[in-house]
Ligand binder design. Structure first.
Ligand code: ADP
Ligand code: MG
Length: 261
């Protein structure tokens, strides 16, 4: 690497610097029947950026991130992921899903498959990997989330925290450019939250582009480049964490922070 490349890769404060735009949302509006769930959402995310989305229950956080990998139909506006316009034609959804990994509150592992098989499925089906290649990938990422020794077990034999780490490894096996997390620690017993957050911090340190819906404000403070606060289907405000927590601009944000901090 040249010096210029090194400084771009490392950036300030040891955090990876950001690349070009990887997600572009412009004038997004979405309705469930007559209910206007997302209103005029515009958001640009740079490659390598870590974003935390918070806000009251029902504010549209899940719906917004589900729109980013085509799990929800968008009625108005444009979403482009890695240069692929999701809203342009139906066929683009598959292309976008190849780039985007998602981890849900409920781990959604297949109960009848081993941990290893859970991780091998998508690379074999969607990426055309051979069994041996998929096995190698699975082991690489299971090891990375420190759970390689559990590969032969079934999901029900693992703790919630371990299952969620498997869900993260499974998403990584598709070598996504972006990871979306929807309250990944909300269903966990308190003593398991840290192991999942630590896994996510590791991913952030490796430069993964991440959008995380979470109310783990310690995570937001230490990892996020930007915190976005949503209420009633709108982005109310967004700021770097130091600013967001010390000087929230809107009363709705202050009330919300007062309740959770
Ligand atoms: P959050 O994740 O911030 O709690 P959601 O995005 O899940 O919010 O939901 C936003 C609003 O949209 C809520 O009022 C919810 O009831 C409603 N909603 C979510 N999914 C659907 C759906 N499939 N059909 C109708 N309404 C929905
Ligand atoms: Mg939600």
């Amino acid at each position: 690497m040249t010096d210029a490349q090194t400084s771009r890769a490392v950036g300030q404060e040891g955090r990876p610097a950001h690349g070009g735009t990887i997600i572009e949302i412009d004038g997004l509006n979405k309705w469930f029947d007559k209910f206007h769930v997302l209103t005029d959402i515009s958001l640009t995310v740079s490659a390598g950026e870590r974003i935390v989305i918070c806000g009251p229950s029902g504010s549209g956080k899940s719906t917004l991130i589900r729109c980013i990998n085509g799990l929800e139909k968008v009625q108005q506006g444009r979403i482009a992921v890695n240069g692929i316009d999701l809203t342009a034609k139906a066929g683009n959804i598959d292309a976008v899903r190849q780039e985007v990994g998602m981890v849900f509150q409920q781990f959604n592992l297949f109960p009848h498959m081993t941990i290893m098989q859970n991780c091998m499925l998508a690379p074999m089906r969607s990426r055309g990997k051979s069994k041996a290649e998929a096995e190698e990938l699975a082991m690489k990422y299971l090891t990375r989330v420190r759970i390689g020794d559990q590969a032969k077990k079934y999901p029900s034999q693992l703790s919630g925290g371990q299952q969620q780490r498997v869900a993260i490894a499974r998403a990584l096996c598709m070598t996504p450019k972006i990871m979306l997390f929807d309250e990944p620690t909300s269903a966990l017993d308190p003593e398991m939250v840290k192991e999942v957050l630590d896994t996510m911090i590791g991913l952030a340190e490796d430069g993964m582009t991440m959008l995380c819906v979470t109310h783990e404000m310690g995570f937001a403070r230490s990892v996020a480049d930007r915190v976005i606060f949503m209420a009633d289907g709108k982005i109310v405000e967004q700021a770097p964490p130091e600013q967001f927590f010390s000087n929230p601009q809107h009363e709705t944000t202050r009330n919300f922070l007062g309740q959770i901090l």
